[in-house]
Structure formats: structure tokens, C-alpha cells
Design a binder for this molecule. Sequence first.
Ligand code: UD1
Ligand code: UDP
Length: 362
Amino acid sequence: MRLIVVVGARPNFIKVGPLMPALLSAGIDAKLAHTGQHYDAAMSDVFFTDLEIPKPEWFLGVGSGTHAVQTGTAMMKLEELFAAERPDAVMVVGDVNSTLAAALAAAKLNIPVVHLEAGLRSRDMSMPEEVNRLVTDQLSAMLLTPVREADSNLLAEGVDSSRIHLVGNIMAESVLRNLPRIEGRDVCGRYGLKPREYVLVTIHRPENTDHPERLSEIVSSLLASPLPVLFPVHPRTRPLLAEHGMAEDAPGVVLVEPVGYLDMLALQRDAAAIVTDSGGVQEESCMVGTPCVTVRRNTERYITVEVGANRLVSAQSAAIKPALADALASDRTWQVPERWDTEVAARVVKALQSGVAPLMGC
Ligand code: UD1
Ligand code: UDP
């Protein structure tokens, strides 16, 4: 089978980390296409090095832009690539603009689309990712889901059950495979911090960064944190933080550039608690046993709240502060969800080997 696997943004790279070796060792001719949605070394190259991901066969240099410009540019470049290569299937992962662009370009060329991390829903259509998820799933011939709830979401939207495969969470497999590699890795020490004595923060979703009132509430809750805050800052968030009172020299706050995957895993493992709006970090914190506070209106990763690892709160200081106190007091005794294990990539291979039936009309 000839498969083109499309990646473009930080969370995509992590998802293909455990996947590529499994595909290749099963004899699947899988090649990576990198759209270039994320391009800084700290947002892209570092993950290929950390996770030993094969060098992409194609780099499309799409870069940043409005949603239409970014998605449209990626579609044009991917269409040319898919038309020239005519793979048996195109695999897309996650919910970023590159995911949507690849699904649209492949579907219009009648190339079957396989979606890894299908079926997650926040039910918030103001989130660009929710639009991407809905469209991608409708265009996908094979839907590989991370949790049972995702299967139910897809069935409710009319997806035929024969197309759905509950493979489990590939982010969880990545965590489990990489934890042994970071034993003894003291990343917080580089920033003058000690394990279990800091709060790790990532905030980058437009619903928080692009609403000044929400970002100031988040900043004021972090400035009041009972423990020092370590915040690797996403490039979209960086210019906005200072405007909201979180400067480089704010007391009790360490602002750093985005860190690599292995460093991030060590920082999550060693944190007393995590405050985030990231999808991947909600899952990883659940896996490494660190209590999480998610600052969002909703989450498509509700399973992490259900098991007791995560707390979902609105972007208000009065909500974040008690949730952080609750997280810091957590006994960390939750069970990780079903199929968040080291067999996810193997289940993906098995699903692919069962055959990808193209979508047909009447
Ligand atoms: C994208 C995804 C989001 C995901 C996030 C992961 C979409 C719609 N959003 O959001 O789901 O959670 O990636 O990190 O696809 N920039 C740089 N250097 C880079 C990349 C981006 O400076 O290497 C800056 C640019 O100013 C750019 C901005 O970040 O305009 C936003 O980048 P973009 O890829 O459009 O969206 P993200 O916010 O990163
Ligand atoms: N991550 C990282 N370094 C950072 C911030 C995040 O390696 O400085 C990793 C994080 O551990 C997770 C992934 O990036 O594996 C999540 O990506 P992000 O939060 O950008 O996107 P989302 O998951 O919200 O789509």
C-alpha cells in the first residue's frame, strides 16, 4: 500500500512519532508530506529530532496566513502532489488547517482519506479545529478513533460503523514510549525550579489569546499562583502577554521559548499541576499523572475530566484559582482511559491492512 501521511503543525508531528515506524515495519510504503504550517525550528524541526521521525519526502512551505489563505495554499500544493503521486490513500492526523486541506484535496481527487484522531467533538463551531474535524470526518473513508465517545459522535453523524476503528490514543502511545527516554532528565532545574514545586502553563487558543478580557483574567490568575509558573510561550501568544501584564520579569513567572517534546514531557511529569488550553497537553498530563486545569469553554477531550485528571474552567480568575488549588491537592489516583496504551499504532496498521474502501455515492 502506498500512503502519504500529511503533517503540518506541532501536534501532528507528535502523532506520527510512534506511527511511522509501525507503518514502515509492516511493509506499508508510507511517506511524509510536511505542509510547513509550522516552520520555526522550535515548532517543527525539534520534534523530528526528538522523536526520530523520518525526514519528510515533501516540504510544501505553506507558512502562516488567514485560515483561507493557509488552507487554500496547502490545498493547492497538496493537490499537485497527490495528483502526481496518486497514493492508494492519504492519512491525515488531528484537526489543524493542514489536516482539513489534505482531506479536501485528496477527496476531490477520489483518493481515500484515513483520519487518525477522528470523532472528537467540542460542539463549539467558533473553534477552527471543530470545523476542521467535522469536514475531515465527513470526507474520510476510514476513521481511526481515540475513545469510544468518538465512535458514538461519528455514528450520530451518520458515519457507517464499518468505517470506524477504535484504535486508541496515539498521543498516549507516544508518552508511554518516550517516558523511559527521559528518566533523570532535569529540565525544570535549568530554569531554577524543583520537581513538584512549579505550575506548567501553555496557552495558545484564539478563544483565549485573541480576547483581551480573557487573557488578562488568565494572566492575573497565574500571577497569583501559589507556586512559580513556568510558561513555554507559543509564538502566537508571545506578543500578547506583555500587553496583559505578564512581562519577562514578572515575579514568580518564567517565560521561555517553546520547548522540544522530550523536554516538555519531563516538564509535565515533574510539574505540581498544569494549566493549559492545549488538546495534547490535556491528554499527556493524564498519562504522566499530573493534575490539569483546562481553561476553555469546552473540551473535545472530556474523557480526561471524566477520569478525574482534568478540570474544565472558564477564563476567569475566580474560576481558575480554585481549580488550580484543587489540582494541587489532587491525590493523582485516576485510571487512564481504555486503549491509551502502546498498541495504538499496531491497531492503525491492522485497520489499514483490513483495506480502505473508497467512499462511494449513488
Ligand atoms: C495551530 C492549529 C491549532 C493547534 C496549534 C498547535 C489551526 C487552525 N490551528 O494553531 O489547532 O493547537 O497549531 O500549536 O490549524 N507562528 C510562528 N512560527 C511558526 C508557526 C506559527 O511564528 O512556526 C506564528 C505566526 O505568527 C502565525 C501564528 O503563529 O500566524 C499562528 O500559527 P497557525 O499555524 O496559523 O496557528 P496556531 O495558532 O499555531
Ligand atoms: N508541546 C511541546 N513544547 C511546548 C508546548 C507544547 O513539545 O512548548 C507539545 C505538547 O507536549 C503536546 C503538543 O505540543 O505534545 C501539543 O501541541 P499544541 O498544544 O501546540 O496543540 P494542540 O494539542 O492544542 O492542538
